[in-house]
Design a protein around this ligand. Structure first.
Ligand code: NAG
Ligand code: NAG
Ligand code: NAG
Ligand code: NAG
Ligand code: NAG
Ligand code: NAG
Ligand code: NAG
Ligand code: NAG
Ligand code: NAG
Ligand code: NAG
Ligand code: NAG
Ligand code: NAG
Length: 407
């Protein structure tokens, strides 16, 4: 009976605690005021080359600001700058920015309010003929690789801003006039968020007001091999006093991203401290259709982090980082060994990553899982309790019938 009581208390605590987590989310009510501007401070006579643009998304907190900058000059890039002031501003020296005197032409002022800055740059799309069906670029002979698509040399569309809803988005697509890419596009969609939530579209990553999201998709490219698979290379540029590592955690709940129980995060922390200051976070899954069904999910894998000795060819990153930044790179490869579905099947693959400051969002038990646990634990418990009470009453009754004659 004692263990039963302990069990009971334990599961009550568990269910109540879980329900609180499930119903209230993680209790994160923090909000930012999000606003968008195109080409901040650009005035005639300065004019940008056609189709080139710089979008600034400001996420204003109570005593801090997140600046997100997206630019399609060279390789497409997202820069995140966190300041401890609500008055910080983005200053662009447009004549220099336009005239390729890039270094130092973009600043966030006052400069001593900057707490953390980091950029994500998409640099290359790799294609290889996976004749051995390993879906692993590292196990594939170099001769099976086709020349990569260098994203810095793509022609990018105008940045299109959708500022209608509370969480604004910015989209851009690029292409290249080669035979295989003639009908192809590589698109990126950036989203910023006012508060905690999830996008409906898979992988439905949990985001908060300190994060932004990039969805990348490769559509309509003519594969150069009979069993072509693709990988996406991206670089992260940061200040030299930070270092990074990629962790993979298991994620308990697949309600929002069916069949995926892992989450990968590339975290950045000060050289002699373990406090995480910023992150890129993704689930190891890509989708083979724009509106995917369950079977259109395909696992993806990341390579080891490598140090890159030059800063990527992105106008934005070269304009902002002047003081000996460091660059690391990673490949995300799509597909799994022995999977007969190659890129040619749908000519589409999409992948999503979050970028933000602070600790990466962590999934908690969802309401559905809590109900399942509660029912699973609660039913036998209820039976034990009811049974116990019943036995006790029976005992009482038989005892009283034993004692009655003595009276
Ligand atoms: C910023 O605001 C938060 C919440 O209002 C507060 O906890 C924190 O101490 C403030 N930080 C600074 C540096 O003022
Ligand atoms: C660009 O910069 C160079 C040298 O820095 C200068 O000679 C040239 O006139 C500039 N061009 C424009 C259009 O400002
Ligand atoms: C912001 O951070 C800087 C150091 O990076 C510090 O000197 C300054 O006092 C901080 N300002 C506020 C308002 O906390
Ligand atoms: C296929 O696998 C064999 C044996 O593991 C290896 O020698 C060969 O290089 C692989 N081919 C390619 C194209 O990767
Ligand atoms: C990409 O463009 C750069 C100049 O912007 C050029 O030097 C390089 O050769 C180009 N690379 C390819 C693969 O076309
Ligand atoms: C891009 O934007 C510019 C100016 O906003 C406009 O003149 C041009 O037609 C646009 N190009 C495309 C392809 O939409
Ligand atoms: C934005 O809102 C306006 C009117 O509210 C609507 O006409 C327009 O289609 C919307 N644009 C997008 C991209 O949703
Ligand atoms: C591109 O699309 C056009 C029309 O849909 C088609 O005729 C052409 O063959 C395609 N080119 C490639 C390289 O797939
Ligand atoms: C987001 O950042 C603000 C300000 O730094 C902080 O107060 C808040 O706790 C953060 N929220 C999350 C979910 O990390
Ligand atoms: C690839 O496909 C082409 C045309 O469909 C065919 O001629 C060729 O033999 C195939 N190559 C291999 C290695 O299967
Ligand atoms: C970090 O480490 C360096 C050398 O290892 C040391 O000089 C510096 O004081 C340390 N900084 C902090 C904040 O501990
Ligand atoms: C990505 O993969 C390609 C092909 O294996 C390789 O050449 C390149 O160095 C990789 N990039 C990174 C950053 O690991």
């Amino acid at each position: 009976m004692a263990t039963c009581k302990v069990n009971f208390i334990f599961s009550v605590v568990f269910v109540v605690f879980g329900a609180a987590l499930g119903f209230l989310g993680s209790g994160d009510t923090f909000r930012r005021k999000v606003s968008v501007e195109l080409n901040p401070g650009l005035k005639p006579p300065s004019v940008l080359p056609p189709e080139v643009g710089l979008v600034h998304v400001r996420g204003l907190g109570l005593n801090d600001t997140l600046h997100f900058l997206i630019c399609n000059r060279g390789a497409p890039a997202l820069l995140l700058v966190h300041t401890n002031s609500t008055q910080s501003t983005v200053q662009v020296n447009w004549p220099n920015f336009i005239n390729h005197s890039l270094s130092g032409s973009l600043k966030v002022e006052p400069q001593d309010s900057v707490q953390y800055s980091s950029a994500l740059v998409f640099t290359r799309v790799w294609e290889y003929d996976d004749v051995n069906d390993t879906a692993d670029p590292q196990q594939t002979a170099e001769s099976s690789f086709y020349p990569p698509y260098e994203l810095q040399n793509f022609t990018w569309s105008n940045l299109s801003i959708n500022d209608n809803q509370s969480d604004p988005t910015v989209m851009l697509c690029g292409g290249k006039e080669t035979e295989s890419f003639l009908n192809g596009t590589l698109c990126l969609q950036f989203s910023a968020f006012e508060s905690e939530g999830r996008e409906k579209a898979w992988p439905s990553l949990l985001h908060n007001a300190n994060s932004s999201q990039l969805r990348v998709w490769l559509n309509g490219v003519t594969p150069r091999g009979n069993s072509s698979r693709f990988a996406l290379e991206f670089h992260s540029v940061g200040e030299s006093e930070f270092q990074g590592r990629v962790d993979v955690h298991s994620s308990i709940d697949d309600e929002y991203t069916p069949s995926i129980f892992k989450v990968a995060q590339w975290v950045s922390f000060p050289v002699n401290s373990s406090g995480v200051r910023g992150y890129n976070q993704w689930k190891p899954v890509a989708y083979r259709k724009a509106e995917p069904a369950f079977e259109d999910a395909t696992p993806c894998k990341h390579s080891r982090l490598v140090s890159v000795n030059h800063i990527p060819d992105s106008g934005l990153v070269q304009a902002y980082f002047t003081d000996n930044p460091q660059t690391h790179g990673l490949n995300i490869s799509f597909g799994i060994a022995k999977d007969p579905v190659f890129y040619s099947a749908t000519k589409y693959v999409s992948w999503t990553v979050l970028m933000g400051v602070g600790e990466p969002p962590a999934e908690s038990f969802s309401t559905l899982i809590i109900i399942i646990i509660a029912v699973g634990l609660g039913t036998p418990l209820a039976l034990i309790i009811v049974g116990g009470v019943f036995v006790w009453i029976r005992k009482r009754m038989s005892h009283s019938s034993v004692y009655e004659p003595i009276n």
